[in-house]
Design a protein around this ligand. Structure first.
Ligand code: KIV
Ligand code: NA
Length: 265
């Protein structure tokens, strides 16, 4: 099994090997996911919703992500650890660098941040300082106040154009990976074809270079939040937690998940 490093993301894509990502927030699950062959562990700010019980990701702090990143890093040896930049932590280059440094020191190999626009400068600033960055476009949950809810993005022509341009811009700024969330499957496929960096989809159809799910959704845990269309409970077919994770890994690798029933048109 591969011990992941950042350059291997591009190599995997070149070899047509799909990338398997899951969120993870603590050491024991990190061990299980690592052993089951999950490539990338995301210490997502979704922990605000599924661990802390908030209605959005906005209350999550840098301390929270640093704490959970350290726990995941102690449990996982092989998988690449990606830490989410929480809301407001990437408002300025200096702030973003200070937060990202804490996550790297806690064991992350990469940080993820939402959006393009002025965030392009933040991406450039971090990458020039040797901190690998994963971009995140589409339905960016930290935009919930502006969006007025969690809504599929890029359905209108103009929004689709903007998303396509942003995807090229984040790669140009130095991002090594791109998460596409909550966008129509055909748009995600078009963006992936044009993207110089690998794409990871969630609610973005089967046409991306990899997939990510929130761990609780894969296990069918009731988080108290609405279950979006794109989630699948793999515990039912997997029979055990490890079996569920292995079923997910296999389904992503072979391209059987997501299906059209998990995608937006
Ligand atoms: O925080 C998170 O879990 C995420 C993924 C859903 C991409 O950002
Ligand atoms: Na997130």
């Amino acid at each position: 099994p591969i011990a992941w490093s950042v350059p291997q993301l591009a190599q995997a894509r070149a070899q047509g090997r799909r990338l398997v990502m899951l969120t993870c927030y603590e050491a024991s699950f990190a061990r299980v996911l690592d052993k089951a062959g999950v490539d990338l562990l995301l210490i997502g700010d979704s922990l605000g919703m599924v661990v802390q019980g908030h209605d959005s990701t906005l209350p999550v702090t840098v301390d929270d992500i640093a704490y959970h990143t350290a726990a995941v890093a102690r449990g996982a040896r092989r998988a690449l650890k990606i830490a989410d930049m929480p809301f407001g932590s990437d408002a300025t280059p200096a702030q973003a660098h200070a937060a990202a440094m804490r996550f790297i020191q806690a064991g992350a190999a990469m940080v993820k941040l939402e959006g393009a626009g002025y965030k392009l400068d933040i991406i450039r600033f971090l990458v020039e300082r040797e901190i690998p960055v994963c971009a995140h476009l589409g339905l960016t949950p930290q935009s919930v106040l502006r969006m007025g809810g969690f809504k599929v993005q890029g359905r209108e022509q103009a929004a689709a154009e903007r998303l396509r341009a942003d995807a090229l811009a984040v790669a140009e700024a130095g991002a090594a990976l791109l998460v596409l969330e909550g966008v129509p499957a055909t748009l995600a496929e078009t963006i992936t074809a044009a993207s110089p960096i690998p794409t990871i989809g969630i609610g973005a159809g089967p046409g991306c270079d990899g997939q990510v799910l929130v761990l609780h959704d894969l296990l069918g845990v009731d988080t108290g939040h609405r279950r979006p269309k794109f989630v699948k409970d793999f515990l039912a077919e997997g029979g055990s937690i490890e079996g569920a994770v292995r079923a997910y890994v296999e389904a992503v690798r072979s391209g059987t998940f997501p299906g059209s029933e998990h995608s937006y048109t």
